[in-house]
Design a protein around this ligand. Structure first.
Ligand SMILES: Cc1cc2nc3c(=O)[nH]c(=O)nc-3n(C[C@H](O)[C@H](O)[C@H](O)COP(=O)(O)OP(=O)(O)OC[C@H]3O[C@@H](n4cnc5c(N)ncnc54)[C@H](O)[C@@H]3O)c2cc1C
Length: 297
């Protein structure tokens, strides 16, 4: 029997001329309008019948959202419309924030990355978002234009559940902001997928470490885990273990065990909860060890 291919429902395509106009429209049509950048999450969700917006508000052409700028004092600004291939190829990103390029490069395929954006990956708030961990460990925040003006939202307090964020009706994320990274740092993203490209992660582990004379271990680590909880997860107890104990293989194993204990994964088509938990332990150990070897040289 022929199963009909799902198709996009009808919607109105809105191209506002300015950010205030876009925020106003989104706020006035709360519940029936959605902003898009690349649309790679949005159109799939609409095609599959999960989202039924009447208005799709294309914000990617709006002022100030299309560039990558770096300043040693202010750090990096990636405009919301910048696609992932531009991030992967950016000299500034590769020199100062290579883990972000590394993470973006694991997303789907070159073709998809010509549309997909980092800000869209963040605002989609999937626990599996590949670039979110790098943005978290790098201390990122989003610049947001809302009906009441412009503000910043730190990513450490941004995610509320699968697809849920602190953004309010009318809010448009206009840029990702990353501060200048800590001196002497190294970072690593390890993605476990069912195949080499084009799949969401079964588990993703991002680790960043740097020398810090204020901690008993002399180092500080930041960790972020993908696909193992309702939101991108920061295993704070594991980070504390690495800050408070002289770093040895045993301490790294203890931190990896703690990261595993912090997880609350689900069974799905990509992997069982048990497998995910065990992979978090193994990959955290691997990522932290790699980072440790670089920063302790
Ligand atoms: C075939 C395929 C493979 C994929 N593989 C991966 C993968 O390997 N790893 C991965 O992490 N993801 C993957 N994805 C998911 C998707 O491509 C990414 O999440 C992508 O980064 C989304 O960016 P976008 O610009 O296309 O987002 P959009 O679809 O435009 O938006 C995503 C969400 O963010 C909201 N949003 C968009 N712009 C704004 C804004 N300016 N302000 C506030 N909210 C906004 C939208 O309303 C929507 O809820 C895949 C998708 C497909 C179709």
């Amino acid at each position: 029997m022929h199963t009909p291919t799902p198709a996009l429902p009808e919607f109105d395509y809105i191209k506002p001329a300015s950010l205030p106009e876009a925020s106003r429209f989104l706020a006035e049509h709360n519940g029936e309008a959605r902003p898009i950048l690349g649309g790679t999450d949005t159109f799939v969700r609409m095609r599959d019948g999960f989202w039924k917006e009447k208005y799709i508000v294309d914000v990617k052409g709006l002022d100030g959202m299309d560039g990558i700028t770096f300043d040693p004092a202010a750090g990096l600004t990636i405009g919301a419309s910048v696609n992932m291939n531009r991030v992967v190829a950016s000299p500034e990103v590769n020199e100062h924030y290579p883990v972000l390029a590394e993470a973006a490069h694991t997303v789907a395929s070159y073709q998809l990355r010509t549309r997909a954006t980092i800000v869209g990956n963040i605002c989609n708030a999937s626990p599996a978002g590949d670039t979110i961990g790098a943005c978290l460990v790098l201390g990122g925040s989003l610049q947001v234009h809302g009906v009441d003006g412009i503000r910043q939202e730190p990513l450490s307090d941004f995610f509320r559940g699968p697809g849920q964020t602190v953004l309010k009706p009318g809010d448009i994320a206009t840029a990702l902001l990353l501060p200048f990274p800590p001196h002497g740092y190294a970072a690593k993203y390890i993605k476990l997928g069912r195949n080499a490209i084009g799949d969401l992660s079964i588990v993703g582990v991002t680790a960043l470490g740097y020398p810090d004379s204020d901690t008993p271990s002399g180092f500080r680590f930041r960790l972020a885990l993908a696909s193992v909880a309702p939101v991108p997860l920061v295993p704070t107890q594991a980070e504390t273990i690495l800050a408070e104990n002289s770093i040895t293989e045993t301490v790294i194993a203890e931190a990896a065990q703690s990261a595993m204990d912090a997880c609350n994964p689900i069974d799905d088509v990509r992997g069982s909860a048990r497998y995910r938990r065990l992979m978090v332990r193994n990959l955290t150990k691997k990522a932290v060890t790699e980072v440790w070897e670089k920063i302790s040289e």
